[in-house]
Design a protein around this ligand. Structure first.
Ligand SMILES: [Zn+2]
Length: 301
């Protein structure tokens, strides 16, 4: 799991330290990747860059950005790439988080990824503007993202909850069409942004739920489309994170989530429940399957 952690002069490194401790305490169950990022802007918030650098020195796994909150978004993108290069870290931005397609920060991210030869190490999240453009524009952007090696993460619950607030009817869904970008070779994933906070007051952190929600929003009902949704919460995010031993294969770590279903598309269509998970061959969590209490077959407890 990759998680974004806010760093700025008000919160300091407190969140980073807390999540770092969580990462160590739960290493037996999950590999946590900490992405430090300036939620409130970088150029407009003196002291933030020093804190980001301190977090990178203290072991942050990668660095993110949030250019739409910055008074100088392009300079933020340039600075984040500079820090990433200094510490040899991957980059993961949240950006283009509205429905105005007249400008996009992803252009600058693609430029920087190409200039620094950072392709395959860069991801952008939300990118809801991509839901507000026509096919041809989307195709062109898909090709540019694929060429630059920039991956896309769609955050369906948050994007659906927050976009289109200016409309009182015929409300746009505001969720980027990740499945269309897959055809251009863009590495796309579906994930959660906020869970149970004012920006997304729902959720249980289930990625199967996100795959199902996305399929519903994007109206993907065929088996191969549902399989693609499963890929976007399994193999594709593994690729986005450059994991080397992901998947069921001889020699790979036995990191497994067993779902109660007969195949991949049923998992997405039926919101299959996890029965158990394993890390490195050791069971880490289990979830009892439901039991039917037919009349006459069980006692009153
Ligand atoms: Zn976000």
């Amino acid at each position: 799991m990759r998680t974004h952690v806010e760093v700025d002069p008000r919160i300091g490194l407190r969140s980073f330290e807390a999540i770092r401790r969580l990462k160590a305490d739960y290493r037996w169950a999950i590999d946590l990747e900490i992405c430090v990022f300036p939620q409130e802007g970088l150029l407009n918030d003196p002291g933030t860059e020093e804190l980001l650098v301190a977090a990178c020195k203290a072991g942050a796994d990668l660095i993110g950005g949030c250019p739409y909150t910055d008074i100088k978004p392009h300079e933020q993108i340039v600075r984040i790439f500079a820090i990433a290069k200094q510490f040899d870290l991957d980059v993961d931005f949240h950006l283009d988080f509205d429905l105005d397609p007249s400008w996009m920060h992803l252009d600058e991210v693609c430029r920087q990824a190409t200039a620094h030869r950072w392709g395959g190490r860069v991801a952008i999240g939300h990118v809801t503007k991509l839901s507000a453009i026509d096919h041809e524009s989307l195709d062109a952007i898909g090709r540019r993202l694929a060429d630059a090696g920039v991956a896309v993460t769609v955050l369906p619950a948050t994007d659906l909850f927050l976009m289109g607030r200016g409309h009182d009817h015929s409300i746009p869904r505001g969720v980027a069409p990740a499945h269309k970008l897959l055809h251009h070779g863009v590495t796309c994933s579906l994930a959660t942004n906020n869970v149970l906070n004012p920006f997304t007051p729902f959720g249980d952190c289930s990625l199967i739920r996100m795959a199902n929600l996305y399929a519903n929003i994007a109206r993907l009902g065929r088996m191969n489309e549902l399989d693609a949704c499963l890929d976007m919460v399994t193999t594709l995010p593994a690729k986005l994170m450059n994991l080397t031993n992901y998947g069921l294969a001889v020699g790979n770590a036995a990191d497994i989530v067993a779902l109660d279903c007969k195949d991949g598309h049923s998992a997405v269509a039926e919101l299959a429940r996890p029965l158990f998970a394993m890390k490195d061959g050791r069971k880490t969590v289990s979830h009892a399957p439901p039991v039917l209490h037919r009349p006459g077959s069980d006692r009153a407890y």
